[in-house]
Design a protein around this ligand. Structure first.
Ligand SMILES: *Cc1c(COP(=O)(O)O)cnc(C)c1O
Length: 247
């Protein structure tokens, strides 16, 4: 088992390197975030021992369970990558350095409210639904600019870039289209020079499509299955919960 995680990491790293070479990018400009939903602590430890430092969780509860176990490794950094309900904001800001999934004003407001109370700031990415799939969270590409402008008014939030989930079970060309769209939205937003808005981070690419994402400019790829193996829960459980009308 342990060998498997190590070997898988080697393979992913090698593929990242090749994708960087193929697209004339520097390997140090692309970070590997390990998506850890449903993954037991033992496997995370193997990844840490292999030198990995960046981890992403989808649910407040799983984050709260794993965080204390991982705290002994002080190089480890947590990001939040899942759908965030406003009533979970407090639990999540405690543990993470970047939230990838801010996709609506109401969530921005809830974050701001909590951060003001704690007298601190938070780095965020704005999640865009570039595939226009019903099942995905994320702001529509058409509303991205307006949303970023609204979020920029909260002085506790630093917008650092954009995140998307590419179209799944699609051809490379279809996913490439999603990633290019994210890149276009990034340029559009940069031109506006909103306060506290930087667009350095593009979080895109997962196990099935990270090579294409790197070619299209990803600076963080989020990989789970390729490193840890298949999950026992379908992704719909994380991406399209019954509670999606939450707010
Ligand atoms: C699960 C998940 C990933 C990783 O997906 P894999 O296909 O297992 O690599 C990336 N991003 C988000 C938002 C996820 O929920």
């Amino acid at each position: 088992m342990s060998h498997l995680v190590e070997e898988n990491l080697e393979t992913v790293k090698q593929q990242m390197k090749l994708a960087c070479q193929a697209s004339g990018r520097k390997i140090e400009d692309v970070k590997l975030l390990l998506a850890t939903k449903t993954v037991p602590f033992e496997k995370l430890q193997i990844a840490i021992q292999a030198g990995e430092v960046l981890f992403g969780e989808n649910k407040a509860q799983e984050l709260r369970d794993k965080f204390p176990l991982m705290q002994q490794y002080n190089q480890v950094e947590w990001h939040f990558i899942g759908h965030l309900q406003t009533n979970k904001v407090k639990d999540v800001v405690k543990y993470v350095t970047l939230i990838h999934s801010v996709d609506r004003l109401k969530l921005g407001q809830a974050l701001h409210h909590q951060l003001v109370k704690e007298n601190r700031t938070m780095d965020i990415l704005v999640q865009i639904n570039t595939s226009y799939e019903e099942s995905k969270f994320g702001a529509s590409p058409e509303s991205a600019l307006a949303l970023v402008e609204q979020l920029s008014q909260f002085e506790t939030l630093n917008v650092k870039g954009l995140m998307t989930i590419g179209k799944l079970n699609a051809t490379n060309e279809e996913t490439r289209h999603c990633f290019r769209l994210l890149k276009q939205i990034q340029s559009q937003i940069m031109e506006e020079k909103f306060p506290r808005v930087e667009m350095d981070i593009l979080s895109m690419g997962m196990s099935g499509d990270f090579k294409v994402a790197i070619e299209e400019g990803a600076t963080i790829i989020r990989v789970g299955t390729s490193v840890f193996g298949q999950r026992y829960l379908p992704d719909g459980y994380y991406w399209n919960e019954h509670a999606r009308q939450d707010d």
